[in-house]
Ligand binder design. Structure first.
Ligand code: ZN
Length: 565
């Protein structure tokens, strides 16, 4: 492990250990001057950490929350923003994702379990406690140091690292080359959960055919092949199918909520919400109405396209729900019309209420997909608002599920070149100015981007930001390098978990490890053979992973080793 990784782990550890067990009390800056304030907080945190025990049974349900582009700097800034929205200074606030009762320690051996270190008689509680609660993930793609959302989605959902811009295929598949798809497909934990008899769902604020949700059901060498109108002629001739088509024809998904109507209906089909705007019309050249196809293939299926329709769905009698609320991506939370479009919180709640009726359990993937878009456009307020809403969805799902049987995981696919700094005082608006002027004698905002459309140097100088609407939701923070879209960043992302097997997220891991823990926790292939795993209900016979049989055996061996720990 590099020193950077060690530092990152130590930092995350301190951060998480401090976060766990803190009661949310309104902070008084006066109180903070007394050592007793800090000592008492830390003591409570310590007590809480010492009582944590890992939940070592398998999980009935899995919820994977993914903040697209939600790097650690975004999580920290969102925490402050959340606290400031509640009227506090913000820094001492806590996100719901940070309150997960992480597992511990004492009875769990450290991860030398594969045999390269002498077995300790007993594992000291404290170090172990610190190493387990929060893990970091290395996000690079097979072909990229700084990844994209398609290659990373394939990693954390399918368990195999892949090339950028490809979905549900291994790195043997070549971007854009249709005929390299076949034989290189890898299957997601969502797909495997369905084969094991669970109900499955996806919720996203982007189009449901977008990269992150797409990795849960599609196998495609170009993430932008949303509808058949996006397929190059050669790809169509070779038999490749667009992502919308695969959404309806690959995995039998119970709940699909997000945007993306225009890829589902024939060309020129007017959009129900924007019937007079031809740019929002259907795009399919093959004449298929995929919404109709989906409805007719499922018993008791419902389709809705606005909040009113979603609210009217009876979750106790609906087994299949398709909700597409915009032609493309859903609106930013700050631009959303709450009377016509549901929030990510409302979509998540509906999905959980439908899926949890399955006695065999469920798998739900929830993506806060537009954190990423806010950052790409360098509109930090949009990005952070999306992150705060994703966190509210995390909180709502935690209320609706039982932590003893539901493994809930919150992570990100990659980071962004987003930072905040500048020796700002306590309680400074997260969108506010740093207290001192820069060397150009002009003020600067605490939030800055490494690159992006916020680059503003004209005639050799920056504009004076104190005269600009820096608190506005669409204000673009300044960037050092001009780009029309700000870029992802390559540092590790955090992963937070609660529930059964949450303790298996520890240390700094490759991103594809996530899918393996999820599969192991829920008794999904290839980790489905344990004695405590339920008998299969409708297995396809395909291992689903594209692994050679021998690898499967190795994996099962590792799983049984884990079990004995
Ligand atoms: Zn992005």
């Amino acid at each position: 492990m590099s020193s950077v990784q060690l530092l990152a782990t130590a930092g995350l550890c301190v951060y998480l250990c401090l976060a766990a067990g803190l009661a949310a009390a309104p902070v008084s800056l006066e109180d903070e001057k007394a050592p007793a304030y800090w000592n008492e907080r830390a003591r409570r945190t310590l007590e809480s950490a010492l009582t944590l025990t890992p939940v070592t049974r398998r999980a009935k349900n899995i919820i994977l929350f993914l903040g697209d582009g939600m790097g650690i700097s975004t999580i920290s800034a969102a925490r402050i923003y959340k606290g400031q929205l509640e009227g506090g200074p913000g820094e001492d606030s806590r996100l719901a994702m940070e309150t997960f009762p992480y597992v511990a320690l004492a009875k769990v051996r450290r991860p030398q379990l594969l045999g390269n270190a002498p077995r300790a008689r007993a594992v000291p509680a404290a170090p172990s406690a610190c190493s387990r609660p929060l893990a970091a993930l290395q996000t690079y793609n097979v072909d990229r140091q700084v990844p994209d959302s398609a290659g990373t989605g394939t990693a954390y959902l399918c368990g195999v690292k892949a090339n950028a811009k490809t979905l549900g295929v291994s790195a043997a598949a070549v971007y854009g080359k249709c005929n390299t798809t076949w034989g290189n497909e890898v299957h997601s934990v969502l797909h495997r959960a369905k084969l094991s008899g669970k109900s499955v769902g996806i919720v996203t604020t982007t189009r449901v055919q977008h990269a992150s949700p797409g990795a849960s059901y599609a196998h495609v060498v170009n993430r932008e092949w949303y509808s058949d109108a996006d397929l190059p002629k050669e790809a169509a001739r070779q038999g490749c199918k667009d992502i919308a088509y695969q959404l309806v024809h690959n995995t039998d998904i119970n709940v699909i909520l997000g945007g993306g109507r225009m890829y589902m209906t024939p060309r020129k089909t007017p959009d129900p919400e924007y019937p007079t705007d031809p740019k929002q019309s259907g795009t399919r050249k093959d004449g298929l109405d995929l919404v109709e196809n989906w409805l007719s293939a499922k018993e008791g299926a419902r389709y809705v396209w606005n909040k009113e329709g979603l609210d009217a769905v009876d979750e106790n009698s609906t087994d299949y729900l398709l909700g597409l609320f915009e032609p493309k991506d859903m609106k930013y939370e700050l631009n959303r019309d709450a009377s016509t479009d549901p929030s990510i919180v409302e979509m998540t709640e509906k999905a959980v209420r439908i899926l949890r009726r399955n006695p065999r359990g469920f798998f739900l993937f929830v993506e806060g997909g537009r954190i990423d878009h806010g950052h790409h456009s360098s509109r930090a307020k949009q990005a952070l608002s999306e992150a705060v809403l994703l966190d509210r969805a995390v909180a709502r799902a935690a209320e609706l599920t039982d932590a003893s049987e539901t493994l809930t995981v919150v992570t990100a696919d990659h980071s962004h070149v987003f930072s905040f700094g500048g020796s700002t005082p306590r309680g400074n608006s997260i969108f506010g100015l740093a207290p001192k002027k820069a060397e150009d004698r002009r003020p600067y905002t605490s939030i800055l981007y490494g690159n992006g459309p916020g680059y503003a140097i004209a005639n050799g100088s920056r504009p004076d930001v104190s005269s600009l609407p820096i608190e506005d939701k669409d204000y673009r923070q300044q960037a050092a390098v001009p780009l029309d879209t700000e870029t992802h960043a390559g540092e590790d992302v955090a992963i937070m978990a609660r529930g059964p097997m949450a303790h298996l997220f520890h240390g700094v891991q490759e991103q594809n490890y996530v899918a393996h823990v999820l599969a192991y926790a829920a008794c999904l292939e290839p980790y489905h053979a344990g004695p405590e795993c339920p008998a299969p209900s409708c297995r396809s016979g395909s291992p689903g992973l594209g692994h050679p049989h021998s690898l499967l055996l190795v994996a099962l061996g590792a799983a049984s080793l884990l079990l004995r720990m």
